[in-house]
Design a binder for this molecule. Structure first.
Ligand code: AMP
Length: 142
């Protein structure tokens, strides 16, 4: 049987809410934190975890989420500075074994990598996927 993890997601927008639903579906315990209460309306029906209304830049909300117990922390707000800070706290202060940060501006990637933070850059993923589709179209058209 696969282990069940305790996962904290900072930011419950388009990315965080979807991933929260996916992780709940996989049987993990999920806590999502967002500073906008209305953001939780985006959570899909599969979500079975907890929500915390607060600004993740304030350490008290990460503590309230019991960050010291987390198996994974996902810094998924739409602000690179905030994500960098959350990822650093998770990695360096709480020694969370799995930390992934969304990077909005690909120009910031080098900084995240310098600090050994794993990243997810939606604009690069979309470009990569589109590249594949366009190549297929070109092959099909001869
Ligand atoms: P999206 O770009 O749709 O994935 O949304 C990003 C989410 O991150 C939004 O719901 C924002 O309210 C949330 N967010 C941005 N900054 C913070 C912050 N400092 N603390 C908590 N949530 C945040």
């Amino acid at each position: 049987m696969k282990p069940s993890w305790y996962v904290i997601i900072a930011g419950c927008g388009r990315l965080g809410a979807n991933v929260a639903g996916m992780l709940s579906n996989m049987g993990h315990s999920v806590v999502v934190i967002d500073r906008k209460e209305s953001a939780f309306e985006a959570l899909p029906i599969e979500f079975t975890g907890f929500t915390i209304h607060g600004d993740v830049a304030a350490i008290e909300f990460l503590r309230e989420a019991k960050i010291h117990q987390a198996n994974m922390v996902l810094a998924f707000t739409n602000d690179d500075n905030t994500n960098f800070m959350v990822a650093q706290i998770a990695q360096r202060v709480y020694h969370i074994p799995r930390v992934i940060s969304r990077v909005y501006d690909a120009g910031n990637l080098a900084l995240f990598h310098e600090f050994k933070i794993k990243t997810l850059t939606p604009v690069l993923l979309a470009t990569g996927a589109l590249n594949k589709v366009i190549h297929r179209y070109m092959e099909e058209s001869g």
